[in-house]
Each structure stands twice: as structure tokens, then as C-alpha cells.
Design a protein around this ligand. Structure first.
Ligand code: AQP
Length: 326
């Protein structure tokens, strides 16, 4: 059995990009691997957050984990700040990372754009992410394509530390899906779909009602040639919608192109609305059932205990290997 770790930031409601790129993998993997799924609240404070909203979003993400099918009896679900090892290991890794490699991270460049002076946490965020992964001797990290660079950095740091202190870390591998690995914004299909984008119609959140789903899809940017063909570089809008359709239904993009050959974008979008509404309705219903339940809180407490037990073993080994403490 391999160990799997991944996380989602509680920066807003999870959207279909997070779901199709990451969460769907989380659910698949829990049946035959040992899985830890974290709500990475320490990551979210790299940008200012309202404390009340942050706590509420943390519970929303936990309930959504459950609602999409992550079973707390099979997987360890927990909140990052409930396990002190994440911050402790992050410092040790910070001393083994270089400012040059951090400044090459495209997510830092994107998120700090336009700011005269960005928070240092935004710059060191990938180190905390490496700590999250290495703390659990993780073998597999299921994530969307946007995290490829961060996974590479995590591997580089692990290998670097192992070269100095043999056997300290397990070197993990990223796991990326073929369909859904990068879902783009509906209004600007050259940018990735994001929780924190200002335009709510740029994304479909898992908790959107049917009407919002319909409006978001019907308004989605396409092009003027009216041909349903997958070509991300020249037809990014319709290619994105094909990706979403395929990821929701399991029908290949090729088959969708054949099915909609000669049809207009309007008909295609109507069918996509139906596919999205059908897929998201049961998730919303399950979410409403558990979001305010004691069961959810109990699952998170139990998850934190189990995660702490694993992380303490790693920290003991790391400190021994680094000569820290007595
Ligand atoms: N557009 C996307 N397509 C496919 N996968 C995606 N992921 C994020 N956006 C897409 C994957 O979802 C997981 C959780 O992401 P995150 O919450 O840790 O942070 P993020 O990548 O920064 O996601 P957002 O939605 O864009 O949040 P904000 O707006 O707060 O920055 C990751 O596995 C990620 O790859």
C-alpha cells in the first residue's frame, strides 16, 4: 500500500477545477492506498483572510471532501493547523531551499503581480507545501497540473536533504489526470479556473445552484467559427468546455467531437449544463446534510490525531538526522 497526501486551500468554495483535477483522484485512490487529505488553512493565510470566513470555509472544504465521496473511515481528513509538524518541518526545509529556485515559481509570480512588496509567506509557500508532503513519507501526490512545478521543487528539496542526511525523506511522485488536470476560467479560458477570481461566472463552484451553473456555462467564452473541436491553443474556450464535459461524463473528447459534429455551440452548451447539473446535485445534497453535523467535527478531530501520530514519527527522525534537540 502506498501513502497518498494532498490538500485544498479553504480560500472559497471548491470549484469544478479543484474537483476534476484533484478531488476525483482523491476518491479513486482511497480504495487501495493509505490516504491523507488535508484542508491547508496555513497556506490560505499567505493572502489576507477574514478569520470568521476562513473557519467557515475550512469546514465547507471538509464537508465537500466528504460530499464528493472521500470517506473518513477510509481516508484521514484533517486541518493543517491542527498538526504542528507542518510548520516545524517547513522551517527546517526553508533552511535547505534557495531563494533562486523559489523566485522561479510561476504561482508566486502570478499571485504577487502588481504588489510592490508581497508577503514573505507567498514566496515561501512551496516550502510549506513540500513540508506537508514530506511530513507523511508520502509516495503519491494527486494534484492538478498547476502544481507540477511545486511537486518538482518538493522532490528537489527531498533529494538534496537525503544527499546530506541519508534516508531522511521519501521522495514523492505527482499524479496528474489526463482529463481535467487543468480546467480553465469560463470567461477567460487562457487563465486557470480559480476560487479567488473576482468574476463568479468565471467558475462553477460545487455548491452553485442549477441556475448559476446554467448561467456560467451559457455565458462561457467561445469563438466565432462555431466548430466543436478540441484545440486548446487556437480554440481555448470550446476546448475547455469539452474537457469539462468529458471529465463529468467519462465520454472521451474524441467521441464528443463526433457527437457534436455540425451542431452549434448553443446545443452543446445546453447538454453540458445538464451533465454538470446532474453531477453536482448529489454533492450539494450530501454537503447540506453534513456541513453542520457533529460527525464532521468528530471526523476532523480523529483525522488530526491520526495525522499527528504519523507526523511525530517523521519529525523524530528528521530532528535526529539534523542533530536538532537533545
Ligand atoms: N483550474 C484547475 N484545474 C485543475 N485543477 C486545479 N486545481 C486548482 N485549480 C485547478 C487543483 O486543485 C487542488 C487544490 O487547489 P488549491 O486550493 O490548493 O489552490 P490553487 O491551486 O491555488 O486553487 P485555486 O482554486 O486557484 O485557489 P486560489 O484562487 O485560492 O489560488 C490542487 O491540486 C490544484 O492543482
Amino acid at each position: 500500500m502506498k501513502r497518498v497526501f494532498s490538500g485544498v486551500q479553504p480560500t472559497g468554495n471548491i470549484h469544478i477545477g479543484n474537483y476534476l483535477g484533484a478531488l476525483k483522484q482523491f476518491v479513486e485512490l482511497q480504495n487501495d492506498q493509505e490516504c491523507l487529505y488535508c484542508i491547508v488553512d496555513l497556506h490560505s493565510i499567505t493572502l489576507p483572510q477574514d478569520p470568521k470566513e476562513l473557519r467557515s470555509h475550512t469546514l465547507d472544504v471538509a464537508a465537500l471532501y466528504w460530499a464528493v465521496g472521500i470517506d473518513p473511515k477510509k481516508s484521514i481528513i484533517f486541518v493543517q493547523s491542527d498538526v504542528p509538524g507542518h510548520s516545524e518541518l517547513a522551517w527546517i526545509l526553508t533552511c535547505n531551499a534557495y531563494t533562486g529556485e523559489l523566485s522561479r515559481m510561476t504561482q508566486f509570480k502570478d499571485k504577487s503581480r502588481g504588489q510592490e512588496s508581497a508577503p514573505a509567506g507567498l514566496f515561501t509557500y512551496p516550502i510549506l507545501m513540500a513540508a506537508d508532503i514530506l511530513l507523511y513519507d508520502t509516495d503519491i501526490v494527486p494534484v492538478g497540473n498547476d502544481q507540477k512545478q511545486h511537486i518538482e521543487l518538493c522532490r528537489d528539496i527531498a533529494i538534496r536533504v537525503n544527499n546530506k542526511h541519508k534516508g531522511t525523506f521519501t521522495v514523492p511522485d505527482g499524479r496528474f489526470l489526463k482529463e481535467g488536470a487543468r480546467v480553465m476560467a469560463l470567461d477567460e479560458p487562457d487563465k486557470k479556473m480559480s476560487k479567488s477570481a473576482e468574476n463568479a461566472f468565471s467558475r462553477i463552484s460545487l455548491l452553485d445552484d442549477d441556475n448559476k451553473i446554467k448561467k456560467s456555462i451559457m455565458r462561457a467564452t467561445t469563438d466565432s467559427d462555431g466548430i466543436i473541436k478540441y484545440n486548446p491553443s487556437e480554440k481555448s474556450g470550446i476546448s475547455n468546455l469539452l474537457t469539462i464535459y468529458s471529465a463529468f461524463t467519462g465520454v472521451s473528447i474524441e467521441s464528443l467531437e463526433k457527437k457534436y459534429d455540425g451542431c452549434g455551440y448553443g446545443d452543446f452548451k445546453k447538454d453540458l449544463v445538464e451533465a454538470a447539473v446532474t453531477a453536482l446535485k448529489p454533492i450539494r445534497e450530501q454537503f447540506n446534510e453534513i456541513r453542520h453535523s457533529q460527525e464532521l467535527i468528530d471526523a476532523l478531530k480523529n483525522g488530526a490525531e491520526r495525522a499527528n501520530a504519523i507526523s511525530e514519527k517523521t519529525m523524530k527522525r528528521v530532528k535526529e538526522n539534523f542533530g536538532l534537540g537533545i
